[in-house]
Write a protein that binds this ligand. Sequence first.
Ligand SMILES: Nc1ncnc2c1ncn2[C@@H]1O[C@H](COP(=O)(O)OP(=O)(O)OP(=O)(O)O)[C@@H](O)[C@H]1O
Length: 864
Amino acid sequence: MYTRYIPPTGRDSNPSNSESAISSQPPQIAPNSQPTTYARYVPPAKSDQSITPHVLPTQHVRFDDDEEVNREEPPAKKIKLAQDEAVIEVSNQEKPKRPKKKKREPAHLDRPAYDSADDGPVEQMEPQIENQEGTANGSEDIEMQEVPSDPSLQSRGSPLPTEHAPLEETAQRKDRKKKKKKSKNDKEPSVEIEDSIPIHHKAILEKKAKSLQRIEAESPDVAMDDVAATVDEATRQKTPEIELHGLEPIPQPKPLVLDTTTPSYETLPPWLASPIRISQDASASFTDFGITPDLGITPGIADRLASKGYNRAFAIQTGVIPLLLPNHCKLMQGDVLVSAATGSGKTLAYSLPIIRDISQSSRYTTRLRALIVVPTRELVKQVQQVCEDCAGVFALDGAKRRPRLGMAMGSQSFEHEQISLIERVEIYDPRAYQQRMKRLAHVKGLDHDSDGDEDSGYNTEDEERDAIRKREDRLQTLPDHAIAYKSKVDILICTPGRLVEHIKFTPGFSLDFVRWLVVDEADKLLGQNFQQWLSVVIPRLQSHVRTGARNHKQSNLSGVRKVILSATMTRDLDQLEGLKLRRPRLIVLEGPKAQGEARDGASQVEHALPELLEEVALKVGDPNLKPLFLIDLLRSNYILRQAGAININASDDDETSSSGSDSEMDSDSEADAPSTGSKNLASPLKKLPKAQGMPAVLIFAKSNETTLRLSRLLALLAPTLEPFIGTLTSTTPYTTRRDTLRSLNTGKLRIIVASDLVARGIDMPSLDHVINYDMPSSIASYVHRVGRTARAGNAGKAWTFFTNPEARWFWNEVASEKVIRRSKPVERVRVTEEKEDAFSDKVSAYEAALEKLGQEAGQSRRKG
Ligand SMILES: Nc1ncnc2c1ncn2[C@@H]1O[C@H](COP(=O)(O)OP(=O)(O)OP(=O)(O)O)[C@@H](O)[C@H]1O
């Protein structure tokens, strides 16, 4: 008989029962005894000592109290062990046999300390044993009573200590096993069990041992080597070896896991990913800009602008001008990139603030302070005209300086241009004269003695400047005089090629004072990088040879501000990288909203067309007959037959039979053409048009040669139109080009046949129609070509001929809303079959014209 540990009353679900059990068998716990971590019966010292409930307390089973347990062991482990014991309990109930006592003895059961809540393994084991003997019903209160000494138990080898001798024996056996366990690894318990446990219990006990091992291995608190070993063993036992018989599975690639997550980061830099968007409806007075009136456009200047036709700022100007005006906020002083539709007023948007800035400079010193780079001579001239307007406006404003403008575009000889840009003077400077003599002597010395070690006196870092200086040093001057150079212009408007030539070959041409760089039609200039102009220009703009030379007078900024513009602005960071932008900001003029579309979100479409531009596409069945289609279109009531555009006194109307009618529909249909509505070509023109009241038409052909041929062919096929036809190609002399554009604007010429030379930037305010006789080579080219009309808020119409092979690209790319933002879809005009048949009547005239064209070409070749 022995005494059981009674859990604290707080934990017991039936405190009264527990208390009664304690009062009948009060456990005597030695206060100073070492707390054991293992619940175990301790046999008395002498075997003959009578065992009574009142004597036994000194020898009875000793349990730790809660506090001690809590101090020594983490609770997590105890809970796990309690669960294990529950497993054991179930097993024992199934097989209530003698070896149950032994199950408490494996080494891993020695380690944990038990708290009262768990009751420990002993308490859980006891009821099962008592149930076996029929002395208890398994309930907690009965369990706490003395266990009756039952000889039958002893006879069956029960480990229950009912008398001294068996108790002693049991204790000794336990001690022996305990020692064994300490010296053995975790596998031993099952071996030990094998010795004394019937074979049918082995499986259960092994299972228990394994589960304990597994739990201990899983427990982060257990870091003992033996547990790790046990885990390995358990794992080995868990995964039985499979006989493969050479049928091992073929190694398979890892299944591909597709990453469907949307990146939370932007691949573009923030300034490019989230540009400043300007609504097309925006408008403002010029006096609204500037942080203070004197740092902006004063009312006086605004009045003068109005007198030049600039009454209010256009939408893109409301975004760009304030950013380029003086500002003390660093964030407002970075480089500016502008993407805005053709004809939206980008030229004034940059020229006005730049000229305003330069007009604040000293009236007596001229320095090259701004470079405006554009791709063609025509554009140089056009930008110069806008800048002249602005310069005049500021010059009139009291003491302000009138900025001087220069052009470099190759329209005149290089020497002439040099003289127009740089002034050469001789100044008295003995020191400079001596240095120059020294350099010359050194170079002469090198001619005789090739020892090149000595410093030549030329700065070899800039080869172009070295070469220029060498040439200049050879020039004769007065004694003790040196040559000095002065810029004659404040602003240089130039093509990139000519700019590079001046940098390399014009003495005194320096970019040291430049504080503005404008790159108009940037995508073209960056994409083609004429003469590697960027790598020549940008390093010279980054150097700070003279302190303060690049200071912006009215703001705390030093360095070159760059303004980069295009209607088809590139987002290619590789291209933009060459510009070495500082704190860039992108301003985008929003495109027109499509019909029925609410303008709520920002459009992601890259290009936009002017709001009042109408686009029409026209299929050409037989490409060989394209010139006839063109003449037919020109004479249709869409163009020359517009109200007031017909001269009754026609003379070549016999060539234009009225074979078609407005109601006739074409039978051809394209699967890929959107249902954008269709019209028929009107009857051809019967009367000769006269210039007055005739709409202006610009016809684009794909090359210089095609342009020249088409222009002549038109004149041959429709002689009455000849006086109104002009031609523009890159081979056309500059003066002829200039005169041709001027004639179009004055109304003298009505039809210009041109190559892509004038596709970009050229402002033709009176242009009503653009005809893409040949398909443009790119979407950007289409945007620029059709953008020659419908400018500055005016209406305009663009026609595009497409052949069968071109149809898919045109409708899928050019006419797609996803690529180009437009207010209306592209309309389709069908040519009736009758009309196409009627063209066959004209084929003979066409062939005759072609023959004549061939003869003329032969004559000009012989002349040339
Ligand atoms: N504020 C204004 N008020 C009236 N007209 C203006 C204003 N600003 C610009 N314009 C006119 O608008 C027309 C188009 O301007 P500009 O040539 O600068 O367009 P753009 O945006 O540079 O076009 P592109 O991309 O084709 O070069 C010009 O005739 C110009 O005189």
